[in-house]
Ligand binder design. Structure first.
Ligand SMILES: Nc1ncnc2c1ncn2[C@@H]1O[C@H](COP(=O)(O)OP(=O)(O)O)[C@@H](O)[C@H]1O
Ligand SMILES: [Mg+2]
Length: 343
């Protein structure tokens, strides 16, 4: 994949938080995103999966220029986010818009739907008066809502309707990309598929680039052409959807897969990915970050940190065979795994 086709390109992107010194101890550094590299080709979906605390939302905020990175580089549409000035961030916001998990929290309950949807367009001075009202009506229709909902308040809508409003609001600036952070996690399973399919339709119609975040590998697998598995702020596995889903190589990816499958079978809402809990990103284990939970851990895993290395692919690589229904240039991205073993 050439850099020219990548709409979003992150290089060694990092975010650390300084935890304050206080009455009860010294200050500490928390590495929320500890150096990630990836590219998202224009018009494709990059799925980001990992359990709670792995750094997904922090990475989302960096991609949205909502927070400055502590290190590394971010390019969107070939342009670097460098100075971090308000003006530069505003230009980035035109290109990349957020859709967040909980529309209860992300939609102001005191504002009417029409005002919520029109607010970004007003802030950016894109339209006003009757033209703005017409644009809001068209946006509501584009997400399957009737324009008369513009007069209602978020509390009068169902969860699915509210997430459609959040999508309409995000589309108002005619962005080129959406960062979707757990966009269906707060919704009933039956509604989840409707919203995911709506997002797919919108992507097809508008050629949007998506970064889709979920703790649920099934959601990511349904939507994405490339998948990155994040663990304690780093990728432990990265590749095309088929590489990750049909040939997962990292024990953590396999644990996520097993948890996703057992959840589907039992109908439970959440499941722990592996036996022990995720370690704190303040006190990182030496060696491999996953060794404290890994069924294959050996002495060298405790001493040496495995690099993210390219692995061979056995799946769907016969001559002329397409890899998955959406196989495009992105299907050529390398399959990389950070593990000492060839599992
Ligand atoms: N503003 C912040 N200040 C300090 N720590 C933070 C902040 N935001 C996130 N973190 C920490 O960074 C880690 C990753 O959090 P987050 O990005 O929210 O993960 P996820 O979305 O995968 O659950 C967590 O340990 C979290 O406590
Ligand atoms: Mg999160």
């Amino acid at each position: 994949m050439s850099a020219a086709t990548a709409f979003i390109r992150a290089e060694d992107l990092r975010k650390q938080y300084q935890l304050r010194r206080g009455l009860f101890g010294k200050g500490k550094t928390l590495h929320a995103v500890a150096g990630v590299d990836f590219e998202v080709p224009a018009g494709s979906t990059f799925g980001l999966v990992g359990e709670s605390g792995s750094g997904k939302s922090t990475l989302a905020r960096l991609l949205l220029a909502a927070e400055p990175a502590s290190g590394g580089r971010l390019h969107v549409d070939g342009k670097p986010l460098s100075t971090g000035t308000a003006r530069e961030r505003k230009a980035f916001h035109r290109l990349v818009q957020p859709v967040l998990q909980d529309p209860y929290a992300s939609l102001n309950p005191l504002m009417r739907i029409g005002d919520i949807v029109s607010e970004p367009m007003r802030i950016h001075g894109l339209a006003k008066g009757p033209a703005l009202a017409a644009r809001v009506a068209a946006l509501l229709q584009s997400v399957g809502l009737t324009p008369s909902l513009a007069q209602r308040f978020p509390g009068e809508l169902s969860g699915g309707q509210r997430q459609r409003v959040a999508i309409a609001r995000a589309l108002g600036l005619a962005p080129r990309a959406l960062v979707l952070d757990e966009p269906v996690s707060a919704l009933d399973v039956s509604i989840q598929a409707q919203i995911l399919n709506l997002l797919k339709d919108i992507q097809r119609q508008q050629g949007l680039t998506y970064v889709l975040i979920s703790h649920d590998l099934a959601v990511v697998a349904y939507m994405s052409s490339q998948i990155g598995v994040l663990y304690l702020g780093e990728f432990v596995e990265l590749g095309s959807r088929d590489d990750i889903i049909r040939n997962p190589r990292h024990p953590y990816t396999r644990a996520l897969m097993a948890s996703s499958e057992s959840r589907v079978e039992s109908g439970a809402e959440s499941g722990a990915a592996a036996v022990a809990e995720i370690p704190s990103p303040i006190a990182l284990p030496p060696g491999c970050r996953f060794q404290s939970r890994c069924p294959h851990a050996a002495p060298r895993c405790r001493e040496h940190k495995p690099a993210l290395r390219e692995v061979g692919r056995e799946v769907g690589r016969e001559v002329g065979q397409k890899v998955g229904p959406d196989a495009g240039p992105e299907a050529g991205a390398a399959h990389r795994v950070a593990c000492h073993f060839d599992l």
